[in-house]
Structures are given as C-alpha cells and as structure tokens.
Design a protein around this ligand. Structure first.
Ligand SMILES: *Cc1c(COP(=O)(O)O)cnc(C)c1O
Length: 355
C-alpha cells in the first residue's frame, strides 16, 4: 500500500524486522532499518523521491559506478532523547557537503529540499529504530552513485540517491593506536581529498591494512609532498594538545572539512581552551612527546565522535601518550554528545528536531 507525505511516496514494509534486532548489543553499521529513501536522476533532472522497504538494487553491469567510481556519500547520526524525541546534528552541513563532493566527481547537485525532506520523512518513519542504549545512535548514510550505463569514460547520465539507516553501537571500543604514514598518501593537491568520495576510502584500505598488521588501528596521513605535516586520519580529523593548546590542521583540498572538527573547535573556544588552526609538523609531535608537552591526540568524526589516541608510531619508533585525569577529549566529547542527545543547552543552534 502506498501513501504520500509531502512530495514523497511511501511504500511501507509488510512486517517490521525490528523485533529481531538485539538493541543492547549493536555492531556499527551492519544492521539496517526497515525502509530506505531512493531518488533517481534521469532526463537531466532529479525525480520525485520514494521511500520503500530496505532491499537490493538492480543495476546494469555497465553502470558507471562499477567502472569509473562516481560515488559520494555522507555520514550522520540520529539521536533519541529521554522524552523520546528524535534529533539530528547540523544536517544542513551534510547537505551542503554532499553537493560539494558531487560537484568534484561530476555528479549533478541534489536540490536541498529533496535531501532535507527525504531525510526528515524517512527518520520520522524509522524513529523506533533509533537506539537509546548509551553511546548508540541511528547511523544515517545518504549516498549517490552513477547508475547510468556506458563503457565510455565520461560522466553517467543517470544517478541514484539513497538514504539508508543502521542502528549502531560505538565505532571504536576504547583508545586507538595510530601510525604516521610516510609512504602512501590519501590525497594530493588538486585531487579529491576534500570530497567524501567512495574512491578515497578504497585507496586507504591497503595502507591501513599494513598498519593494522603492525598493531595500529588507524593511519595518520601526512602531506603527499613532504610527509612532514600530519593531515587527518582518513575518517576523522585529527587534534593534538601540546601543553594546554589544542591544535588541528587547516582544511585544504587534501583534508575533509569535518562537521565534528568545526564543532569541536567552536566548543573548545567557548570553553576557553586556546585553539590553534595551523599545520603541525611530525617533528614537533615527536619532540613534544619526548619532552612531555604532548598531552593528547584524538580523532574527531561523526562515526567515532571523539576517539582518543593512546600512542603513535613513526618509522620504527613508538610514542605513547599519557593517561590524563581531565582530558580535553573527555570534556569535548561530553559537551558535543550532550548537545546531540539533547541533554544540555545548545547555545550554537546545532540541534535539529525531526520528530
Ligand atoms: C567523514 C570524514 C571525516 C569526518 O567528518 P564529519 O563531518 O565530522 O563526520 C573526516 N575525514 C574524512 C576523510 C571523512 O571522510
């Protein structure tokens, strides 16, 4: 049976899968909710979006996504508060960034109304799928890929926009150890590093696997030219604390402009923490580690929120970070998640109610 909400046709699932899910023991991004949003681009325009039961997609083997990798995505979370209301965090930032990414990969920009109306209508329908166990949320994945076919190496004439939802537990359990990478690069000047493009991840898997084989969980990418400056962690922006100053690299065409990153900067400033946005030399980290002024390092991104680093490797050496009583990471994580879960005032106006 089909119904219509606003501009969106909704076909509901016959029987919900929700009773089969163990909400007290959720993995990250492996269990999917009942419905998904789908919108097609064809004949030069984005068509009316539809919501339908979550399920497989059928594509021509010559669809350009398979050959030329035209795909972009976003990552967001929906949270439920103690009164059962559903919230998003700065969704318009994701909407804008999806189009920034699309433009770089020659994917036609998606109208803001389709993104926002699609997102809110889907989340209203999937509200029961937002978990309430601490540290969990409904991970929301909007993405676009080239569905139009043709083996000619040129942009496709058809695309599909989807939003799928996955009730999820924490991304990392505990602190992570990172390896400062000097051989491989994630992004280059003039490249696509600033876009949330699928191919950026494909290129990271192999070097990350090599780092994992050595006992690290993540790679810290350095600049592709000199490998002297740390850039980001591949799915997280990176922050370091030297003495009491919090630092992070400026964004560039090699570094993704994270929503968590910019929120952390604003919260830290509001807390009176000195913040410096500048290039950070690997040498500076190593000497700060040796003289004891390197207090903290953490990653910041939607999936992992704030992920403290226990130590880093560089060449053949390992450097460990101290255990702090009052870490910036813990304070900033509390402040940002309190806003996200509607447990505190939101002086920045970042929370967005969906139902
Ligand atoms: C998504 C992502 C981040 C984090 O961005 P958020 O908006 O905070 O989730 C950082 N780096 C890369 C490469 C990413 O893809």
């Amino acid at each position: 049976m089909e119904t219509k909400t606003g501009n969106i046709i909704i076909e509901k699932i016959k029987e919900s899968k929700i009773t089969k899910v163990d909400f007290s023991n959720l993995p990250f991004g492996k269990v999917y909710s009942d419905h998904m949003l789908v919108c097609d681009y064809k004949d030069g325009a984005w068509q009316a979006p539809r919501i339908m039961p979550y399920g497989p997609v059928s594509l021509d083997p010559s669809a350009k996504i398979f050959h030329y990798g035209q795909s972009v995505f976003e990552g967001m979370k929906a949270y439920k508060d103690a009164e059962g209301r559903a919230w998003l965090f700065r969704p318009e930032e994701n909407q804008k960034r999806l189009n920034i990414s699309s433009k770089r990969i020659s994917i036609p920009e998606l109208p803001k109304e389709i993104f926002m109306e699609g997102l809110t209508t889907l989340l209203k329908l999937e509200k029961d799928w937002i978990p309430t166990t601490p540290g969990s949320s409904l991970y929301v994945r909007p993405f676009i890929f080239a569905s139009g076919s043709g083996l000619h190496a040129s942009p496709a004439d058809q695309y599909k926009f989807f939003i799928v939802c996955a009730p999820s537990g924490p991304y990392f359990a505990g602190k992570i150890k990172v390896l400062i990478e000097e051989k491989y690069s994630r992004a280059a000047n003039g490249g696509v590093g600033y876009a949330k493009a699928g191919g950026n991840y494909a290129g990271q898997f192999y070097p990350t696997q090599l780092a994992q084989d050595k006992g690290y969980q993540q790679v810290i990418w350095t600049d592709d030219n000199t490998h002297e400056y740390i850039e980001e962690a591949g799915a997280m922006n990176i922050f370091v604390r030297i003495n009491d100053t919090l630092m992070t690299s400026p964004v560039s065409d090699r570094i993704l402009d994270g929503v968590t990153r910019k929120s952390v900067i604003d919260i830290a400033k509001a807390e009176g923490i000195p913040v410096e946005i500048r290039k950070i030399r690997v040498e500076e980290l190593i000497s700060a580690s040796k003289n004891g002024s390197l207090k903290e390092m953490f990653g910041a991104g939607t999936a992992a929120v704030i992920s403290p680093v226990s130590g880093f490797g560089h060449r053949e050496s390992d450097y460990s970070l101290p255990e702090l009583e009052n870490s910036y990471a813990a304070l900033l994580k509390k402040r940002i998640t309190d806003i996200q879960y509607n447990k505190a005032e939101d002086p920045f106006g970042w929370r967005f109610q969906v139902g």
